[in-house]
Design a protein around this ligand. Structure first.
Ligand SMILES: Nc1ncnc2c1ncn2[C@@H]1O[C@H](COP(=O)(O)OP(=O)(O)OP(=O)(O)O)[C@@H](O)[C@H]1O
Ligand SMILES: [Mg+2]
Length: 263
């Protein structure tokens, strides 16, 4: 199940916030989309999901297994969400409904919820909670999001994104709001889940160190355009574009501060 994005453009109020972006995520591959704040990473992801804001105009081509998604009716796009492509959003608090238990939200995301008895829906939620390694799955599925830590909420969001067994996971800065230890755990979880299921992943971040942990290749964005694309090892060892060089300096500075040591 491959994704092929060609000359993708997202225009809002006459301004192109994504301006001719092309890249591919081959079946089962892990590709990173990296760039500074405002470079168009989230808008690219939202356009792939068909979730761009009202009034945004999307042009170019998004081929999913050879099928053109740009211009597809909303109903058909909606059918692909969850089942073909799942997304973990940048802000976990907005992704989860505060008045529903996390178990219910995970089970509903599986889309077979309506056909399940209460007991079966709960069993499914517990199974999903186990999959994302939430502690005490039997109890946690009955809680509301506010009763969970940030890292636990993010695990719930990941479980919901994976519930319908998509073939591509789009993860938009899934660890940015978390502290370093939890961030590493979530990255390991995403890696394990994608490897186990041979699912592809488009991972969005502004942090080259994070990217190097999860992705094989990186696509660098600046002001809505691709300025460099290369295997992650190359972005780290020989960044060609000034933007990539800046991202590498930032990543090194972060590591330096964190470790207090030498690189
Ligand atoms: N709903 C919106 N309406 C109008 N413009 C928007 C909207 N959302 C984002 N933009 C603009 O689109 C551009 C790209 O934003 P986007 O959210 O894709 O950046 P990003 O790379 O994800 O940044 P960050 O790292 O801060 O999340 C920015 O200039 C932003 O101001
Ligand atoms: Mg963003």
């Amino acid at each position: 199940m491959s994704l092929e994005v060609r000359e993708l453009r997202v225009e809002i109020d006459g301004a192109a916030v994504v301006d001719g972006v092309s890249f591919e995520v081959p079946d089962g591959a892990r590709v990173g989309l990296i760039g500074e704040s405002g470079s168009g990473k989230s808008m690219t992801a939202l356009a792939l999901m068909g979730l761009e804001p009202d009034g945004a105009e999307v042009t170019g081509s998004i081929l999913w297994n050879g099928r053109e998604l740009v211009g597809l009716p909303d109903r058909e796009r909606a059918a692909l969400r969850g089942a073909d492509m799942g997304m973990v959003f940048q802000e976990p608090r907005t992704a989860l409904n505060p008045i529903r238990t996390v178990g219910r939200q995970m089970a509903e995301a599986a889309r077979i919820h309506g056909r399940l008895s209460r007991g079966d829906a709960r069993a499914l939620a517990v199974e999903l909670a186990e999959r994302v390694r939430l502690p005490d799955p039997g109890a946690i599925v009955g809680r509301h999001p506010h009763a969970l830590s940030g890292g636990q909420r993010q695990r719930v969001a990941i479980a919901a994104a994976l519930a319908a067994e998509p073939r591509l996971l789009i993860a938009d800065e899934p660890t940015t709001a978390l502290d370093v230890t939890i961030q590493a755990e979530i990255l390991d979880l995403l890696l394990a889940l994608t490897r186990d299921t041979e699912m592809g992943m488009l991972f969005i971040t502004h942090d080259l160190a994070v990217l190097s942990r999860v992705a094989e290749r990186g696509v660098v964005l600046e002001r809505g355009r691709v300025v460099e694309r290369a295997p992650v090892a190359e972005l780290l060892s020989a960044p060609a574009h000034p933007v990539t060089q800046g991202l590498l300096r930032d990543a090194k500075a972060t590591l330096w501060r964190r470790e207090g040591g030498q690189l």
